[in-house]
Design a protein around this ligand. Structure first.
Ligand code: NAP
Length: 254
């Protein structure tokens, strides 16, 4: 069986203190990559992810910083490169939601979600690309959402940010393809994280039942389902795939 081998490579995963990001980081480490675990506020959780990777024989470091802040995002990328020696893989996973119906949504709700999800994808990419261009190698994966493709009531800000990530992915892919750098997006559907509530935690039992009737696979996704797709997109096997959006949703929007 062919396995994905990322030994000798270094990765930065934003928003990796819990949820999908933590599982992506652990899978990258299991494949042999040294991983920088970025987070904004949950230092203890980030340390636990780092410890779990180290106990498993992998290499990981915690890198705090708000990716929507320009100086902080630059420092996060710089710290990852300084401590890991290089940066081959960037996974822009950090994200938040502030769900409200459009007519009740404040400009602050809008700005916060766009800032973390879209600006927070642009900034690490902006600071990682020059390093990847010099290396003539890079793999960038942006964690968007099916909501960016389909829309969803109560999520105008979130949907706009997730659709924006897809446009950013396509533009960046065209700019850097000649330098052996790929930029792709994944669009997960409803994903349940084992460790935290994550973004499906606020659903009521009735909402969960309703959603399940719409998922052909008959189950919510797991963070590992998303991590598997990310792992493929950063692997040597995916070197000719760029500017694409890979949906991981059990058939929800097929
Ligand atoms: P989560 O459990 O809430 O985790 C979010 C992560 O992002 C945390 O590690 C958090 O760190 C970090 N973060 C938030 N703001 C940040 C900032 N400004 N700078 C740096 N890190 C920041 O979320 P999740 O459910 O795993 O979702 C992860 C990604 O998948 C998001 O982009 C989300 O939109 C996308 N997604 C999720 C689902 C789902 O069903 N769960 C579906 C589709 C797409 P701290 O807590 O330490 O601040």
């Amino acid at each position: 069986m062919q396995t994905i081998d990322l030994s000798g490579q270094s990765a930065l995963v934003t928003g990796a203190s819990r949820g999908i990001g933590a599982v992506i980081a652990r899978q990258l480490a299991d494949a042999g990559a040294a991983v920088a675990i970025n987070y904004r506020s949950r230092g203890a959780e980030a340390d636990a992810v780092v410890d779990a990777i180290r106990r498993n024989g992998g290499h990981a470091i915690p890198v705090p910083g708000d990716v929507s802040d320009e100086a902080a995002a630059e420092a996060v990328v710089k710290t990852a490169v300084e401590q890991l020696g290089r940066l081959d893989i960037l996974v822009n996973n950090a994200g938040v939601n502030r769900d409200r119906l459009l007519m009740r949504m404040s400009a602050a709700d809008w700005d916060e979600v766009l800032s973390v999800n879209l600006r927070g994808t642009f900034l690490p990419t902006r600071f990682a690309v020059p390093l990847m261009v010099r290396q003539r190698y890079g793999r960038i994966v942006n964690v968007s959402s099916v909501v960016g493709l389909s829309g969803n009531p109560g999520q105008a800000n979130y949907a706009a940010s997730k659709a924006g990530q897809i446009g950013l992915t396509k533009a960046a892919a065209r700019e850097v393809a000649s330098r052996n750098i790929t930029v792709n997006a994944v669009t997960p559907g409803f994903i349940e994280s084992a460790d935290s509530g994550g973004m499906t935690a606020e659903l009521t039992d009735e909402q969960r039942r309703q959603i399940l009737t719409r998922i052909p696979a008959g189950r919510f996704g797991a963070a590992a389902d998303v991590a598997g797709a990310v792992l493929f997109l950063v692997s040597p096997a995916a070197g000719y795939i760029t500017g694409q959006t890979l949906t991981i949703d059990g058939g929800l929007i097929a």
